[in-house]
Design a protein around this ligand. Structure first.
Ligand code: SF4
Ligand code: SF4
Length: 374
């Protein structure tokens, strides 16, 4: 994997370089869209769920209590549960990385998911790649100003809604909505809504791939977990080089490789890299270049799979259910799976010890007025 040290000047130059990734259709694009919907329906919807008339999922900071689908957890449980949850998250992420490489980065990481949503808005308002490049190269006029204002307005609205939802996990969300409608939200709620909104707006609207490149510790340690069975997106250089098939369809007979050198795979890459230069630490294995190249190969009536997922080798391979299962039968996967199972059992055990939420009122009275408890 290419991961050469960069000078400060190089990093600043890359940071300033804006990436205009184009839209793409295909099997991996559909999977990314599905993951965006699943994760966002869960995130935005969960705090509105009710359980026996109470918010089902609420870490009530004011009362130092976690309501979890009818279970009521107090600080003594929360410390242990929080610790177990942290271990479970770390173990699950490590195990997932060993099994699936950077698929979490490409499909489920909040940074990728929000960048994808912000890109949808950008394309909807400003157009696809070429239209956005043209718009940015034009001097400011009324039309450009209106488009930019509309894009940023929608970004800010989404970021504020995201911040509001985030705070709704820590402060009753219905009450929060009522307070917001009266412009009467408390100080700490206002601070955290603004903070989370600003982080979403900045990370998904501007920093984008720079977060993966320069800020994410998970991205730095992933290569240590990869082995020969970990899937990565690769370009089949043995088949693709020397490039130039697109210029002459009889090219293979003249010693040309399958790559048409059309650069469509680079144009759709959200991190702006050329996968034909080999595996790179900025590649999040999102599969956009796979879809794009497959489209090109179909239009040239050539076999697909010039770019694809591979495990350790240099050539894309098949990833059907049987092959996936075969690649999962590894000692480190079995060990990680066993540890994760034990942690989940311990977590469930602590949860089952907790009093049900229907005793909440009485318990809250005891905590609020301990001298009157008896
Ligand atoms: S999309 Fe495929 S054919 Fe076009 S440059 Fe990339 S690898 Fe070559
Ligand atoms: S090289 Fe391909 S898989 Fe990697 S980030 Fe770019 S588009 Fe996604």
């Amino acid at each position: 994997m290419r991961n050469s040290p960069q000078s400060t000047e190089q990093i600043l130059r890359d940071t300033r370089r804006k990436i205009y990734s184009g839209s793409v259709a295909g099997v991996y694009a559909r999977r990314r869209v599905a993951m965006v919907w699943v994760t966002q329906i869960l995130f935005y919807g969960a705090p509105w769920l009710l359980w026996n008339g109470r918010q089902a999922l609420l870490l009530d900071l004011a009362h130092r209590r976690l309501d979890l689908f009818g279970l009521m957890l107090w600080p003594q449980d929360l410390l242990l549960l929080g610790f177990l949850l942290l271990l479970i998250a770390v173990c699950a992420l490590l195990l997932f990385t060993v099994v699936a490489g950077r698929l979490f980065c490409g499909y489920a990481c909040p940074q990728s998911v929000y960048t994808e949503i912000f890109l949808w808005i950008e394309r909807w308002v400003e157009g696809d790649r070429l239209a956005r490049i043209r718009l940015d190269s034009r001097p400011m006029d009324a039309r450009k100003f209106l488009r930019k204002a509309a894009k940023h307005g929608l970004w800010i609205a989404l970021a504020l809604w995201t911040g509001f939802t985030f705070v709704g996990y820590f402060s009753p969300i219905r009450q929060l909505a009522q307070d917001a409608s009266r412009l009467g939200i408390g100080d700490w709620q206002t601070f955290w809504i603004a903070f989370y909104a600003l982080a979403t707006y900045g990370n998904a609207g501007f920093l984008r791939e720079q977060v993966c490149k320069s800020m994410c510790p998970y991205a730095r340690m992933q290569p240590l977990l990869f082995d020969q069975d970990t899937p990565r997106v690769v370009y089949d250089s043995a088949r693709g080089e020397p490039r130039g098939l697109g210029r002459e369809l009889s090219a293979p007979a003249q010693g040309r490789g399958a790559c048409a050198d059309c650069s469509v795979c680079v144009q759709v890459c959200p991190t702006g890299i050329d996968i034909r230069e080999g595996a790179q630490d900025l590649c999040i294995d999102c599969g956009a270049c796979v879809d794009a190249c497959d489209q090109v190969m179909r239009s040239l009536r050539q076999p697909q799979g010039l770019i694809g997922y591979a495990d350790g080798g240099a050539r894309p391979q098949s990833w059907g259910p049987r092959q996936t299962w075969a690649r999962m039968r590894r000692p480190r996967v079995a060990l990680g799976g066993a540890v994760l199972l034990l942690l989940l059992l311990a977590f469930a055990g602590v949860l089952l010890r907790s009093p049900p939420a229907r005793g909440l009122q009485a318990a809250a009275t005891v905590v609020a007025a301990p001298g009157q408890a008896s």
